[in-house]
Design a protein around this ligand. Structure first.
Ligand code: NAP
Ligand code: ZN
Length: 367
């Protein structure tokens, strides 16, 4: 056996953990930049909980609430200008994967004298500012990963920036901040978490330890299948979805994702599908493609989820996700070329060529 492990994030999990652990906010100096989306901080209640704590601790703060879905290099630059101008000592991310990923980039840019595009092309030298994370969606697992997925016009796609300095320093996981999510976002993000668990488990980088996280998350996700189908998001289900998402984050920190994510990015970039929606469309075909390489594991996943065949799982997922986009053969060719540029392609359990990716796009989107 041979592996390396670096997972430095301090995690507090449970209802009201932000208020109960308020003193944790005092460890990082007295100037904070809160990075959030337009509405999630307010709707979830997390922004008020955090600002109340900062005021009580006499920590000065600025709010950068301009993070769009699938954050761009331009946006993280704007955030870092505010952080630098005010010499903040900590970045606090409140929101879904988009604000969390933006915060990781801002924390790096605030202390490294580089342009945002260099995050994607070089390794950062100076350790990022500390990052405190409070997720308001249950899907990306970004609260424990070192990854920051940024939209880069220069590459016509989304690209992954990561560094050992980009792990959140502290993460607070409280399902109550996900209760204001609309059903559509709840389901898309839940399926993103499922995709992380599945891809990590089947990845050729899967280890004994990452499989423990993946299996644990899959078992918890299985408890939520009926509730998702019926749109009955009780507190208990929200708590389980958040926990499954967290397990997915731990799992992909050890293994990365595979071709589902690589193929999904173009549907987000060019067709404006949410991240979870884009990924979910490919899950059935991904399982069929990899079945000969990893039959035993795929059977185990189906058993955990209580589906008797791939087609039953696929039918369930497609029933609960939005429509397929319309697409041309030219677009498929372009998307396949772009997918092959993503590092995660190498993690796929079965070696995959561009022509295979084209076939998967065709089967999923043209039939
Ligand atoms: P998101 O893009 O962060 O948010 C989606 C939408 O949900 C936004 O409109 C947001 O509103 C709203 N929202 C969030 N929390 C809410 C709440 N509690 N109540 C009401 N509305 C709420 O979605 P996401 O799926 O969590 O993140 C997707 C991003 O994460 C993608 O860029 C993806 O590539 C990335 N990702 C990262 C990792 C990683 O390891 N770093 C892994 C997977 C995916 P506002 O914008 O108005 O605030
Ligand atoms: Zn994802």
């Amino acid at each position: 056996m041979k592996f390396t492990l670096y997972m430095p994030t301090k995690v507090f999990y449970g209802k009201n953990c932000v208020k109960e652990q308020a003193k944790e906010f005092s460890a990082f100096g007295n100037k904070a930049l809160i990075v959030t989306g337009k509405s999630s901080g307010k709707k979830s209640g997390a922004l008020k909980d955090v600002t109340d704590i900062l005021i009580s601790l006499s920590i000065e703060y600025w709010v950068f609430d301009k993070v769009e879905n699938n954050p761009s290099l331009e946006t993280v630059k704007k955030g870092s200008i505010i952080a630098k101008a005010n010499q903040v000592s900590v970045i606090i991310a409140i929101g879904g994967g988009s604000p969390i990923d933006a915060a990781k980039a801002i924390a790096a840019l605030s202390v490294n004298n580089i342009e945002p595009i260099e995050l994607l092309t070089t390794s950062i030298k100076i350790p990022s500012l500390p990052i405190i994370v409070i997720p308001t969606t249950a899907g990306t697992g970004s609260e424990v990963t070192p990854y920051s997925i940024l939209t880069a016009k220069q590459f016509n796609t989304k690209k992954n920036f990561y560094s050992p300095y980009s792990f959140p320093t502290i993460t607070f996981l409280d399902y109550k901040y996900t209760c204001s999510l609309p059903d559509r976002v709840t389901i898309d993000t839940a399926f993103d978490a499922f995709s992380h668990l599945l891809e990590s488990y089947l990845s050729n980088k899967c280890t004994k330890q990452s499989a423990i996280y993946a299996i644990e998350g899959l078992k918890v996700f299985a408890n939520c299948l009926l509730a998702i189908d019926e749109r009955k998001f009780t507190d208990n289900i929200r708590d389980q979805l958040l926990y499954a998402s967290y397990m997915g984050g731990l799992a992909i920190t050890l293994t990365g994702t595979t071709i589902i994510h690589a193929m999904g990015y173009s549907l987000t970039y060019y067709k404006a599908l949410s991240h979870g929606h884009a990924n979910t469309l490919f899950i059935g075909e991904y399982l069929r493609f990899n079945n000969q390489a990893d039959k035993e594991k795929i059977e185990n996943v189906l058993k955990i989820l209580k589906f008797s065949a791939i087609i039953d799982l696929e039918t369930y997922l497609l029933k609960n996700i939005g429509k397929k986009p319309t697409i041309s053969q030219e677009e498929i060719n372009k998307f396949a070329t772009l997918a092959m540029t993503q590092g995660s392609v190498k993690n796929n359990p079965r070696v995959i060529k561009e022509s295979d990716i084209i076939k998967i796009y065709q089967k999923v989107l043209l039939r």
